[in-house]
Design a protein around this ligand. Structure first.
Ligand code: HEM
Length: 169
């Protein structure tokens, strides 16, 4: 489905069309990559926070992590009820990745079965498995932020990005 023609340069005679057609798969891919950047940033934020605020230093440190956990984002510019806690932001990024990823799977006229059994070998299965593990990790971290968990979740997010690069289009 093509929506909009966007001027993309290359006007010399004989060159291919100077317009790039914005399509649903292209928009889904763009949103998927943006959500990836946000999720990786979120995961790294927790790695930095839990490394700096050392949990073995006692209840005060745990209290600080809890305080960060309950903080609302963005801190201003948006009515209070619309501000999300940090874990809710993480869930929003995961949901966005799931929805845009699902759109990428089906927008090319593929089915889930075709994607899973497709040209990419076992990588889609590995990616979905890592994704489920990350969802579990995020659920535990939402209840109790911990350094080891932040490292595991950060590692999982990076591994998903790596596996994604191995998916063939
Ligand atoms: C259920 C969740 C997800 C689904 C169904 C999904 C699906 C897809 C699909 C279909 C593609 C295009 C490649 C292809 O056609 O096979 C893709 C690319 C990609 N995905 Fe996902 N994805 C999911 C979650 C994630 C997550 C959590 C991340 C990041 C942490 C991620 C990062 C990427 C990246 C970076 C690419 C681009 C790879 C490239 O073009 O080199 N995806 N994904």
């Amino acid at each position: 489905m093509s929506w909009i023609g966007t001027r993309a340069g290359g006007t010399s005679e004989g060159a291919r069309s100077p317009y790039v057609t914005l399509s649903l798969p292209l928009l889904a891919a763009y949103a998927h990559i943006v959500a990836t950047v946000l999720l990786v940033g979120y995961a790294l934020f927790w790695v930095v926070m839990t490394t700096t605020i050392r949990e073995e230093e006692g209840p005060e440190s745990m209290g600080l992590l809890g305080l960060i956990q309950r903080g609302r984002w963005p801190p201003g510019g948006v009515p209070k009820p619309l501000r999300l806690t940090l874990p809710a932001l993480g869930w929003a990024f995961l949901l966005a990745l799931f929805l845009t990823g699902a759109l990428l799977v089906v927008s090319g006229g593929r089915t889930w079965d075709a994607w899973l059994a497709g040209r990419s070998g076992g990588w889609p299965v590995a990616k979905l498995t890592l994704f489920v593990l990350l969802v579990v990790g995020q659920a535990i971290a939402t209840m109790r932020p911990r350094r080891w968990l932040a490292y595991v979740n950060g590692g999982l997010a990076m591994m998903i990005v790596l596996v994604s690069a191995l998916l063939r289009h």
